[in-house]
Structures are given as structure tokens and as C-alpha cells.
Design a protein around this ligand. Structure first.
Ligand code: ATP
Ligand code: MG
Length: 265
């Protein structure tokens, strides 16, 4: 019998820290391990959709339509060029202004409710990864309410840790109100440069303060990772032997191992 999908939000309110890059490439790396993966683009910028080749004219059924109840999960899901990797694309419709109109009591629960209501369709997937916008707005809260855990990409640069306390407060808040089981799956250091003292220092700080919560795998700064989206494919397809590909494969394996341990415990 199929297990429930594991739902993970990729979140950090700081912009440009590697959320979308992590969503796409961790997703592709899990798919490569024969996991069935659904990406939900929850960012009105639609970067994950573009990075996986869903052109604007192919975004008829979007995350916004899903949250509005206008389409079902299966109607919104599109295949990508990568086997086992599907996506629900986003457009600027998703800007939270529209969602703010929804009645107060319900608006944090839209994604959770839609996934619950589509539980049979969601069983087609082993993982659902949610790419969040760079904000702790209602969209990110929806992701945190719907998810079992969150992965926080942390850019290996100065001030990286500054926003983290605010993020952790939001997680705590969601735990106390809407989703008591929400966990931080892990913090992933991104754009890491081992020749740069600052990267080493951010890593030391993160491991000292957050301990095991920080993934052992670090994602190096790698130009292949930044080139791949312009070809609308994950780095694993674009340059399978690149350092970026190796790192995201390692992160996927670490995630799978972590889960095995948790289940055994
Ligand atoms: N490890 C990396 N090495 C080199 N470039 C990277 C790496 N990770 C991300 N980038 C590049 O940095 C930029 C920001 O990355 P990305 O879009 O993944 O961040 P984000 O957190 O999703 O941004 P936003 O907050 O706007 O959604 C992109 O141009 C991306 O290609
Ligand atoms: Mg992004």
C-alpha cells in the first residue's frame, strides 16, 4: 500500500538564498532515486515553474487555482522533462493580496485542506516539495501548515543567521496554533565556498548553534547550478557530473537516511 506523501516546505524569508534551486534540484535528485516527486510552486515569481520549463502559456491550472478550489490536484499537476518529477506551476495570480480576501479563519489552511481533500491523488507521490516565496507571508504560512517539516536553505554569507530567529519564531507560532507536528527537517548551507573564510565561519556558527539540525551536506557555489534554469532543466540533467549535481544527490540521500532513522526510532 502506498504511504502518505512526505510534505516538505522549502522556506526562508530572505531572498535569493537558494530556495528554488534547492526545491528543483533536491526534487530531481529524489526523482533520480525513483521517488515520485511533486513540486508545488508557491511563489508568485514562478521561478521553479520557469526553471523546469513550464512556459507561461502552459500555466492554465496553477497553484492559485488549486488554492481557490477551481481545479483539483490532478488537474493542476504537470509532468516535467524529468521522470518521476511533476509540478504545479505558479503565476503572479498567487500574489497574496487575493488570498488575504479569504475569510480569516480559513486562509492559513487553504493548502492543507486542498491536499487533505485530494489525499487519494496525493498518494501518487512520495514527496511533495513546496517552494516558498521570500517572505513570512500568508503563502509561507500555508506551506508550514500543510507540511510535516521544513528545509531552510541558508546562504553561506554574513547576516545569514540573522533572519533565522524570526523564521524559527514563525515555526513555533504555527506549531502552537495550526500544525503541532511541524518539524525543522534541516538547514542546508548553500552557495558554500570552502576557500572563503566567511563560508567556514557561517558553517561553524550554524553547527554550533543548531547542531544536528544542519545537514552534513553543504551545497557549493557552482556556476552550473545557476546556468541550468536558463535551459529549463535541473542541474542533474544539465551537467550530471557537476559539483552542484553531486551535492544535491548527497542531500537527497541524507534526507532519505534521516527519515529511515526517524521511522526506526
Ligand atoms: N549553489 C549555488 N551556486 C551558484 N549559484 C546559485 C546557487 N544556488 C543558487 N544560485 C543562484 O542564486 C540565485 C538565487 O537562487 P534561488 O533563486 O534558488 O534563490 P531563492 O531563495 O529561491 O530566491 P527568491 O527568494 O527570490 O525566491 C539564482 O540566480 C540561482 O541560480
Ligand atoms: Mg525562489
Amino acid at each position: 500500500m502506498a504511504n502518505d506523501p512526505k510534505i516538505i516546505a522549502i522556506a526562508n524569508q530572505k531572498g535569493g538564498v537558494g530556495k528554488t534551486t534547492t526545491t528543483i534540484n533536491l526534487g530531481a535528485a529524489l526523482a533520480e532515486q525513483n521517488k515520485r516527486v511533486l513540486l508545488i510552486d508557491l511563489d508568485p515569481q514562478g521561478n521553479a515553474s520557469t526553471g523546469l520549463g513550464i512556459d507561461h502559456d502552459k500555466r492554465d491550472a496553477t497553484t492559485y487555482d488549486l488554492l481557490s478550489g477551481d481545479v483539483t490536484l490532478s488537474e493542476a499537476v504537470q509532468k516535467t522533462s524529468v521522470d518521476h518529477l511533476s509540478i504545479i506551476p505558479a503565476t503572479t495570480d498567487l500574489s497574496s493580496a487575493d488570498l488575504e480576501l479569504v475569510d480569516n479563519a480559513k486562509r492559513s489552511f487553504l493548502l492543507r485542506d486542498v491536499l487533505r481533500a485530494s489525499s487519494a491523488e496525493a498518494l501518487d507521490f512520495d514527496y511533495i516539495l513546496i517552494d516558498c516565496p521570500p517572505s513570512l507571508n500568508i503563502l509561507t504560512v500555508n506551506a508550514m501548515v500543510a507540511a510535516q517539516s521544513i528545509i531552510v536553505p541558508l546562504q553561506s554569507e554574513f547576516f545569514a543567521l540573522e533572519g533565522l530567529s524570526q523564521l524559527i519564531l514563525t515555526v513555533r507560532d504555527v506549531r502552537q496554533t495550526a500544525n503541532p507536528d511541524l518539524r525543522i527537517e534541516g538547514i542546508a548551507l548553500t552557495m558554500y565556498d570552502s576557500r572563503n573564510n566567511l563560508s567556514l565561519q557561517v558553517e561553524d556558527d550554524a553547527r554550533e548553534n543548531m547542531g544536528d539540525m544542519v545537514f552534513k551536506t553543504v551545497i557549493p557555489r557552482n556556476v552550473r547550478l545557476s546556468e541550468a534554469p536558463s535551459f529549463a532543466i535541473p542541474v542533474l540533467t544539465y551537467d550530471s557530473g557537476s559539483k552542484g549535481s553531486t551535492a544535491y544527490r548527497s542531500l537527497a540521500k541524507e534526507l532519505i537516511e534521516k527519515e529511515k532513522k526517524m521511522r526506526a526510532a
